[in-house]
Design a binder for this molecule. Structure first.
Ligand SMILES: Cc1cc2nc3c(=O)[nH]c(=O)nc-3n(C[C@H](O)[C@H](O)[C@H](O)COP(=O)(O)O)c2cc1C
Length: 389
């Protein structure tokens, strides 16, 4: 491994088209996969407050991210009715702060806020989708909209299929008019705030959502569907069961797993908020490990949750992740990235790739020496113990 060169690359700051440089200089192939498509590197932006306008998407394209998932829109039917309207809360304030893991002895970061889904009109979201798809195509960056559709509560049997039909069909039109021609990549968001909702109080209800949703979306238009699974309030064994239900539901890929939910924590007068940090990645990795040990065959995985270093990304990759999507990492104080130039996204990407102690490239070079594996997408074939540092 060429340590002097690695250090020089780290110190020079964000490198344009880093994946091309990394392949040439180190023989490491960072190609990932998201929504069935190859992506130039495995790092993308997760759905949220940092992907709700075209300016943010353009900055991510310029920084070289592999993909961007747009903010979640709340589905509506042809008359504009939204059963999940309670999730259209406008953001008030976001608080980014250090958090200590309770299950792992490590400090990390979490963002707390009171907002939920997209709060502007559906037409405005369609415009964003169109524009973001166009920006993405110019930069070879995959873009996906994200939706929260109606989910029936316990005892309710009626699915508001009108929401599924109308929202999916209109998004698909926007996808095509942004310049795409194939199936639309779409995430269905089961958010952590659902975990604290009455309707998620029963295991049977959650399993029935996971089994039913793909059958309501996929027949509407050609869609590559990613289901973004929430961390349920139940024990790990049930989380694995939910994963199993999602795996056989017809979803094309899974996003694992949205944040944890603390029903007691208070923020700005609201009791019950989502959180992240070391406990989030610890739980996510534990559940993926349990699923692997149980021999579950899973659809392709995109991992989310506490990916604040290249090494955390690697841990997810060894358990099957073909891409990583981050939110909190892009909100940290500039000091975190130890890098003086570039946009937030460019600094974050450089940090993930090149940080001398925690970067993905130094870690993959060590693995290449040990196992001969030099492709990011091949990491999933290695045993988890292949990298212990
Ligand atoms: C402020 C904020 C807003 C978010 N909004 C959404 C959303 O609209 N839809 C969604 O699927 N996930 C949403 N998320 C979850 C993120 O996309 C991401 O999956 C999660 O925060 C875990 O990644 P992280 O640890 O890098 O933050 C949000 C997260 C934060 C912190």
């Amino acid at each position: 491994m060429n340590n002097a060169q690695l250090l020089q690359d780290w110190e020079r700051g964000p490198i344009p088209q880093p994946e091309t440089y990394i392949l040439d200089a180190y023989g490491i192939d960072l190609t990932g996969r998201y929504g069935g498509r190859p992506i130039k590197n495995p790092f993308g932006k997760a759905s949220g407050q940092l992907s709700l306008n075209a300016r943010q998407v353009q900055a991510d394209a310029d920084a070289g991210l592999g993909f961007v998932v747009l903010k979640t829109v709340i589905a509506e039917d042809a008359s504009g009715e939204q059963t999940m309207k309670a999730w259209t809360v406008k953001e008030t304030r976001m608080q980014v702060e250090p958090i200590a893991g309770k299950t792992v002895p490590r400090l990390g970061w979490t963002t707390t806020w009171k907002g939920r889904g997209w709060h502007d009109t559906f037409d405005a979201y369609l415009n964003l989708t169109r524009e973001a798809v166009r920006i993405g195509r110019e930069a070879s960056m995959v873009v996906a909209p994200s939706v929260k559709y109606h989910l029936p509560g316990p005892g309710e049997t009626d699915w508001r299929t009108g929401e599924y039909q109308h929202t999916t069909a209109r998004l698909y039109e926007a996808w095509l008019s942004g310049g795409e021609s194939g199936p639309m990549i779409l995430e269905k968001d089961f958010s952590p705030t659902l975990a604290g909702d009455d309707r998620a109080g029963q295991q049977a209800t959650i399993l029935s959502w996971l089994r039913t949703v793909p059958g309501l979306i996929k027949p509407v238009r050609p869609v590559i569907l990613g289901m973004k699974l929430m961390n349920t309030m139940f024990e790990d064994a049930f989380q694995v069961e939910a994963l199993k239900a999602a795996a056989s539901s017809g979803a094309d890929f899974l996003v694992c797993f949205n944040r944890l939910f603390d029903p007691q924590k208070e923020f700005d007068g609201k009791v019950g908020v989502a959180y992240g940090g070391p406990d989030l990645s610890a739980r996510n990795l534990k559940v993926l490990r349990l699923a692997k040990e149980a021999g579950l065959t899973l659809p392709p995985l995109s991992a989310t949750g506490d990916v604040c270093t290249g090494k955390v990304a690697l841990a997810y990759a060894l358990l099957g992740a073909e891409s990583l999507q981050m939110h909190t990492l892009f909100q940290l104080p500039d000091l975190y990235y130890e890098c003086r130039s570039g946009s937030k996204s460019a600094r974050a990407l450089h940090y993930l790739l090149f940080h001398p102690e925690t970067g993905l490239v130094p870690a993959m070079l060590t693995l290449k020496e040990r196992s001969g594996i030099s492709r990011f997408l091949d990491l999933q074939h290695l045993p988890e113990e292949a990298f212990s540092a």
